[in-house]
Structure formats: C-alpha cells, structure tokens
Design a binder for this molecule. Structure first.
Ligand code: C2E
Ligand code: MG
Ligand code: MG
Ligand code: MG
Length: 276
C-alpha cells in the first residue's frame, strides 16, 4: 500500500516536473520570439551627482510579453541565463545601447554626462570573444568607447576571478569602465576586490532603503564608501527613493545616486527629455 502510494506520488511529481519544464521551454520560446519581433526595449535610468546634474544612465531591459504583459527582468533574465538565449539577448542589449549612444552623441549633452552602462551576465562574460564583440559594436556605431560602461555583479566576478581581472583591465585599457553591481550582497573578499580594476562600486539597494533609520545599513554604506575611497573607486548608491535617504548618503560621503527619487527607468525618447 505504502509502495503504491509512493509510486503514485512519484508519478505526480514527474507530471508536475514535466509541466514545469514544458512551461519553461514555452517561456524561452516566447522570449526568442519576442527578441525576433522587437518586443524587447531598453529603458534608461539616469544617474546623478549631489548637485543634481545627470552624470550617466543605466540601460535596463524591458519585455512586453504577449500574454503576461510587462515582465520583470528579475524573472526572465535568470530563465534566459539557463539557456544560451541570454547570449542573443545580451548581444542585442549591447548593440541597442550603442545605437542609442550614437543618437545621444548627436544631442547637446551636458558636460557632466559621461556614460551609459549595460548589465552583463556570466555566460556573456566568459565568451572568449566578449571583448571583441564590445569593440566591434562600438566601432560599427562609430561611438567613443568612453561612453559605454559595463555592470558586473560581485558573484559573477568572483566565480571567474582570474579571467575577470584580465578582461576588466583589458577593457579599461580600451577606455571602457566596469562597475561592480549590487555591491555588498555577494561573496567577494577584500583580497579579490583589491585586485579587480573596476571604476565604480554600486551600493546595493538593500542598504539604501530607509538608511536614515537603520544604523546597520548606514554602517555598511559607510564602510563601502571608505573602501571605495581607499581603492580609488567611485561609489554610487542604487535605489534612492526619498530625500531622507539622499541626504543621509550625501552626509556619509556618497556623491552619485540612482533611484526613483531622481528618475525612473524611461524609454529612450522620454529619457533624452531629461536633458532639456
Ligand atoms: P540591477 O542591475 O541592480 O538594476 C537596478 C534595478 O533596480 C532595476 O530593476 C531598477 O528598475 C530598479 N530600481 C531603480 N531605482 C529603484 C528605486 O528607487 N526603487 C526600487 N525599488 N527599485 C529601483 P529592473 O529594471 O527590474 O532590473 C532588475 C535586474 O535585472 C537588474 O538589477 C539586472 O540585474 C537585471 N537586468 C536588467 N536589464 C538587464 C540586461 O540588459 N542584461 C542583464 N544581464 N541583466 C539585466
Ligand atoms: Mg545594474
Ligand atoms: Mg544593481
Ligand atoms: Mg540589483
């Protein structure tokens, strides 16, 4: 009896597993289709200094799913990362960002505006020709390399530490800066951090939320800021939502910000209106 129940349970399990796999595959197919149909868009979230000048922007992927509507990248990026589709998506992001930078170059940009950063996944980074792909996209669109930056998460770097260090140094020599995204949430040790030639540390949103009320968050942010100063890296706070958070970060010595308090991610045409 117990055995039969177990085997029934097993079948149930198998069934739900295969349903799950089927749904996943259908979802990946939708993404593939969406990429072909041009349903993916890049939004831009402006970044500011403490005077309120725009200093740059982060490109954030948006996908209008035909049935589910606007999907969050934190849902579909991890699914895309499980298949090689993330390579095609990442390549599209790179090329689209370069096309948009080309359009920016034709505008009267403020002096303070420096660069557009794109997010990069592990599978992209470990491609042997990743740097060539970047340089080719820059050349093809005839844009200054300085205008493009890459965001890499702490864990992605640590998992491929030696190659990452080489790649980041190589990109830097070609005028392309790298930032460490979501800093403070990963596993990088100070020994690693010292060796990574990144230009910017992005304080994760979790330490920014209600920072003015949390002595723990303030202590962590403060530590990251002094770490950045020691290692000669710039520091940017992510997810700044209120004036209280902004003031607190400024008092702690963080002078670059990104978040809803300043500006939400916007479609390119709306984003460029921020320059008016
Ligand atoms: P991320 O790179 O850390 O991007 C910052 C996220 O915080 C974005 O979420 C942004 O919309 C959100 N955000 C910005 N300001 C605020 C704020 O004040 N409050 C709150 N609550 N959130 C804020 P988004 O656009 O949903 O993207 C989520 C993540 O998906 C990104 O985190 C990044 O890891 C990944 N992602 C987005 N676009 C791409 C892409 O083109 N390629 C890759 N590989 N990953 C991407
Ligand atoms: Mg990012
Ligand atoms: Mg981040
Ligand atoms: Mg994040």
């Amino acid at each position: 009896e117990a055995k039969r129940a177990k085997s029934k349970q097993g079948k149930q399990y198998q069934k739900t597993m295969s349903e799950k796999i089927k749904r996943r595959l259908a979802y990946v197919d939708d993404m593939k289709q969406g990429l072909e149909n041009g349903d993916f868009k890049l939004y831009y979230q402006a970044q500011y200094n403490h005077y309120g000048d725009i200093i740059g922007a982060e490109a954030l992927l948006r996908w209008q799913h035909p049935v589910h509507g606007m999907e969050s990248p934190s849902v579909y990026i991890p699914i895309a990362e499980e298949s090689d589709l993330i390579l095609a998506i990442g390549q599209w992001v790179l090329e689209q960002a370069c096309r948009d930078i080309k359009k920016l170059e034709q505008l009267p940009l403020p002096q303070t505006f420096k660069k557009i950063a794109i997010n990069v996944s592990a599978k992209q980074l470990i491609q042997h020709d990743f740097k060539d792909k970047i340089m080719r996209a820059i050349k093809l669109n005839d844009i200054p390399a300085e205008r493009l930056a890459l965001e890499l998460t702490e864990n992605l770097l640590v998992e491929n530490i030696e190659d990452s260090i080489k790649l980041i140094a190589d990109l830097k020599a070609n005028s392309i800066d790298c930032s460490i995204d979501d800093f403070g949430t990963g596993y990088s040790s100070l020994t690693y951090l010292k060796r990574i030639p990144a230009s910017l540390l992005k304080i994760d949103r979790s330490f920014v939320a209600n920072i003015e009320q949390s002595s723990e968050s303030a202590a962590i942010a403060s530590m990251i800021i002094s770490l950045g100063k020691t290692l000669k890296m710039d520091i940017l706070a992510e997810g700044v939502e209120t004036v209280a958070e902004f003031n607190c970060l400024k008092d702690l010595g963080c002078y670059q910000y990104q978040g809803y308090y300043f500006s939400k991610p916007l479609p390119f045409d709306k984003f460029v209106q921020l320059f008016n």
